[in-house]
Design a binder for this molecule. Structure first.
Ligand code: G
Ligand code: G
Ligand code: NA
Ligand code: MN
Length: 255
């Protein structure tokens, strides 16, 4: 896929939409929220994942346009689900480093939420350590503080794959840590991965951060994560990312 023109057309035609994957509490078994993941509803090729268009998240202008499109779609979905009294929890939006240096990025998000009348407390944002490593980390701090002031939660995504993680946890107002799925994948067979996950969960507990394990696919992984005291899990074992129209049905079937 050549990103230039076709992806722009996709944005203009609102073909980039959020799919939703549930996050589940290991304590209660209930859905505590969803992660919004971008999908391209291609008129001929069907549903495409960021594997084919994810480079757009690195282009400042495209990333900003896609981000705005997804934010208003998420807010519109949230508004409907709130009106229908659905127990959706928080919805998490991924923010790329390119989106993070857009001036007024948080203001745009707050304005969209306000316009569509969605309380900011329904939103969470997922950022990777790459975002925090940026040279303008003063500015990043300000943006994250702005989220915090509005009680928009911040999750540190792909935790363990970057570096200087511990400094980041002290320096930035993070609420959640997401353990990267590369550690979860071999959890049942690799004691090192289990040790790393145990350490991250311990860290989360000491710093009072909720810990989510990503990419959970087997019941064995779930058992181990529960024994280790992991708070939340997310992965194909529970559900793949699904279109917004399937979310009410998933919630209805859950209990
Ligand atoms: O959905 P999954 O397969 O295929 O996503 C692949 C990658 O694309 C992940 O790293 C994910 O964080 C990223 N991604 C998915 N949706 C979004 C989005 O809405 N914004 C940004 N910035 N990244 C996204
Ligand atoms: O980088 P980020 O953590 O945002 O990326 C999430 C990615 O992981 C998405 O592409 C999503 O589709 C994918 N994903 C979610 N659950 C699973 C899973 O159980 N197994 C695998 N292989 N991928 C998953
Ligand atoms: Na994410
Ligand atoms: Mn991740």
């Amino acid at each position: 896929v050549t990103l230039g023109r076709t992806i722009r057309e996709a944005v203009v035609n609102h073909e980039i939409v959020p799919f939703y994957q549930p996050k589940v509490s290991l304590d209660t078994g209930k859905i505590v929220g969803f992660e919004a993941l971008a999908r391209w509803q291609h008129p001929r090729q069907g549903t495409l994942t960021p594997a084919t268009f994810g480079a757009a998240f690195e282009d400042h202008e495209l990333a900003s346009d896609i981000g705005k499109l997804l934010m208003s779609a998420v807010a519109t979905d949230l508004r409907r689900w709130i009106d229908d009294d659905l127990p959706i929890g928080r919805v998490a939006l991924n923010l790329s480093p390119a989106e993070f240096i857009q001036p007024g990025m948080v203001d745009n998000i707050l304005r969209t939420l306000d316009w569509i009348k969605v309380p900011p407390t329904f939103l969470e944002v997922e950022v990777t350590e790459t975002v925090l490593l940026g040279r303008k980390s003063d500015n990043v701090s300000k943006l994250l503080e702005q989220f915090r002031r509005h009680d928009i939660h911040i999750a540190l995504d792909d935790f363990g794959t970057g570096y200087a993680s511990l400094t980041h946890l002290k320096q930035f107002p993070v609420n959640h840590i997401k353990i990267d799925r590369s550690f979860v994948q071999n959890l049942e067979h690799d004691p090192d991965d289990e040790a790393i996950i145990a350490a991250v969960i311990g860290l989360g507990k000491s710093l009072k951060l909720q810990v989510t394990a990503e990419g959970v696919e087997t019941v064995g992984q779930i058992q181990r994560l529960r024994n280790l005291g992991c708070d939340h899990v997310q992965g194909f074992f529970y559900a793949k990312p699904i279109p917004a129209s399937d979310v009410p049905g998933l919630l209805a079937r859950w209990d």
